[in-house]
Design a protein around this ligand. Structure first.
Ligand code: AMP
Length: 214
């Protein structure tokens, strides 16, 4: 049983840790970014709504995002826990999540905050490549795949996210500073925040997180 949130700026390594954590704790990985990207590629109504915000490096409106997450959390596979990745991203969303959990007799075990200095974020994002099939994350400089353009885990094709382009990255970082960074204090005040040094290598960070979860 694990009910957890992954917090941190874009490119902090949330996706990388998420893959490892859901494998160890056997809980569903709920990434709002992945949900939006899937809907965009399938051309759904939600995808159409979300695309313009994502392409501009802005947040998808709170009400819409919260609705997606709360209905996902009500699915059977979340009964024994979940890992939220990229949600909440605003105080409004955090309040909604808190209210939802209370109403359903649940509470968060941990909010995993990955800290990475902003000067490192830009190079991390520009080198990031994602697997089209399984969502695994690589970096052509720091965590290259064994074979260029091919996922080590599943052999899928690696691609660069459109919003990892330099002009969108600046806007995403501003959005993070203004709207998401305040969540660090928000969760510090509730006593569930655990800070991790996101500049360490992925295995070491994972070890630190697992030790803290206990
Ligand atoms: P991510 O894959 O987590 O970096 O998310 C990619 C993009 O999806 C973000 O830059 C936002 O535009 C949008 N997005 C993801 N999660 C949220 C959220 N919780 N609230 C609003 N927008 C989100």
């Amino acid at each position: 049983m694990l009910r957890a949130v992954l917090l941190g700026p874009p490119g902090a390594g949330k996706g990388t840790q998420a893959v490892k954590l859901v494998d160890k704790y056997q809980v569903p990985h709920i990434s709002t970014g992945d949900i939006f990207r899937k809907n965009i590629s399938e051309g759904t109504e939600l995808g159409v709504k979300a695309k313009s915000y994502i392409d501009a490096g802005k947040l998808v409106p709170d009400e819409l995002t919260c609705e997606i997450v709360t209905s996902r959390l009500l699915e059977d596979d979340c009964a024994n826990g979940f890992l939220l990745d990229g949600f909440p991203r605003t105080i409004f969303q955090a309040d909604k999540l808190d209210q939802f959990l209370k109403e359903n007799g649940m509470k968060l075990d941990i909010v995993i905050n990955l800290s990475v200095p902003s000067e490192q974020i830009i190079s991390r994002l520009s080198g990031r490549r994602i697997c089209r099939s399984c969502g695994a994350s690589y970096n052509i400089v720091t965590i290259p795949p064994k074979k260029e353009g091919v996922c080590d885990r599943c052999g899928g094709e690696l691609y660069q996210r459109k919003d990892d382009a330099p002009e969108t990255v600046a806007s995403r970082l501003k959005t993070y500073d203004e709207q998401t960074a305040p969540l660090v204090d928000y969760y510090k005040n509730t006593g569930v925040l655990a800070d991790f040094d996101g500049t360490k290598d992925a295995e070491a960070i994972f070890g630190d997180i697992v030790q803290t979860i206990g």
